[in-house]
Design a protein around this ligand. Structure first.
Ligand SMILES: *Cc1c(COP(=O)(O)O)cnc(C)c1O
Length: 417
């Protein structure tokens, strides 16, 4: 195993740091937690990505979820090309927005109506505003270790990005907005009961990742999601499922299909844009009708429902509707976990197209991360992130992954000796 030549990446990182804070446009891309400097990528094909020094890697980040069909899927590329030729944006309605909205409402029965936005952050921010407008209450309950984008009121105990850098919240968030957020431990329904006993008259909504995929990967206890549903029904609060990661990834209909719990509002993102910047939120008609121009809750966007982004999302979801996609994705993530199961110092879990693995000790992850890079596998540069597979991760990719893991674990053993 040879460390890779990264001259071009290092040179770009040097330039980037002069003009972009930290050299990256989103903190999770930096290598702050694992040491070293980030790779700059040039192109991707299927399960593989290539950096600017032309090193090849198997990609288990998949742009943090969106690229569920792998890189440069021909149907998605074709849809984007066609849409671009017809016009990048109108700031006026187009037919493809209606098509994607119809498809989403068909796939997710809890969604009667949906509004397109440009990111998962916007989706969660808008869903919270809508829940507050509907209930005329102010407080929201969120769970530690869940991430819902970087809106002020949701940036409290917010999972991986903050955990990676060891910070509890963010500077610049006012006391007022943080005070409206009550944080509960994930999977602890008794704690939620207690909170509602005290504050129920003020609680507009519970927002939750139905599968927590921003703190490595935590699956919900069997009583957790049904328990949240019951509490919201009892106190007339809104249950918001943030399915920005899980939607179209753990099952076509998301975690709500897997666990058969109905959300009042659902936030979407990542996969529904097929790699383009898209988010969406939707749900019960009586709530959604409060949005402007129908109702008093204002929400808007110059590029919302952008035809190029809608085309990429539509092509992606149509491809996902093929019969055995989700069996294939969960077989792949199970296979990754099976490779890890040979090593007692690693625990691994998976669901649908997601997996998580953790070492008993954080130093081991750093070593493993760099050894995997040297062996041609790109993992998220943080021990707190989930792993993402795509339909392009086939048997060949998995057997190359197994070899890389085996070699990287040897490096760990050598260091330990
Ligand atoms: C990624 C993510 C978001 C934020 O989406 P952006 O498009 O990055 O703004 C919100 N919620 C969850 C669960 C996410 O994983």
């Amino acid at each position: 195993m040879e460390p890779k030549n990264c001259l071009q990446s290092n040179e770009l990182f040097h330039r980037a740091q002069q003009v972009i804070p930290g050299g990256v446009n989103s903190p999770v891309r930096a290598f702050g937690a694992v040491g070293g400097s980030p790779r700059f990528f040039s192109h991707g094909q299927g399960a593989y990505i290539y950096d600017v020094d032309n090193n090849q890697y198997i990609d288990y980040v998949c742009s943090w979820g969106p690229l569920i069909l792998g890189h440069s899927h021909p149907k998605v590329v074709n849809a984007i090309e066609k849409a671009t030729h017809k016009g990048a944006s109108f700031g006026a309605p187009t037919s493809i927005e209606v098509e994607l909205a119809e498809l989403i409402t068909k796939i997710m029965p809890s969604i009667d109506m949906v509004r397109m936005v440009n990111s998962g952050t916007e989706a969660c921010m808008s869903a919270i505003r809508l829940a507050r407008g509907f209930t005329k209450r102010n407080k929201i309950v969120k769970f530690s270790s869940c991430y819902h984008g970087h809106t002020d009121s949701l940036l409290v105990k917010a999972g991986s990005g903050l955990l990676t850098f060891g910070i509890a919240g963010s500077a610049g968030v006012t006391q007022d907005s943080a005070e409206q957020t009550i944080v509960a431990p994930y999977n602890d329904i008794d704690a939620v009961e207690d909170i509602f006993n005290k504050h129920h008259a003020d609680i507009a909504a519970i927002i939750v990742e139905p599968i927590a995929a921003n703190s490595n990967l935590i699956l919900p206890n069997p009583n957790f999601l049904p328990g949240l549903r019951k509490i919201c029904d009892k106190y007339n609060s809104i249950l918001i499922f943030d399915e920005v990661i899980t939607g179209f990834r753990v099952a076509l209909g998301g975690a709500q299909e897997l666990y058969n719990v109905r959300a009042d509002l659902t936030c979407l993102g990542k996969v529904i844009g097929g790699g383009m910047p898209v988010g969406a939120f939707g749900g019960r008609q009586d709530i959604m009708q409060l949005l402007a121009p129908l109702g008093p809750v204002y929400q808007a966007g110059t590029l919302s429902g952008n035809p190029v982004a809608m085309a990429a999302g539509l092509a992606t979801i149509q491809e996902l509707q093929q019969s055995d996609t989700y069996t294939q994705l969960s077989t792949t993530s199970a296979e990754v976990c099976k490779i890890f199961s040979k090593y007692p110092q690693v625990s691994a879990r998976h669901i649908g197209g997601l997996f998580g693995f953790s070492f008993t000790n954080e130093e081991e992850f750093k070593l493993f991360f760099h050894a995997m890079l040297d062996n041609g596998v790109y993992l998220a540069p943080s021990a707190f992130e989930a792993g993402f597979v795509s339909t392009a991760h086939d048997k060949q990719v998995l057997s190359e992954t197994a070899v890389a893991i085996e070699k990287s674990m040897k490096v760990l053993e050598e260091v330990a000796i």
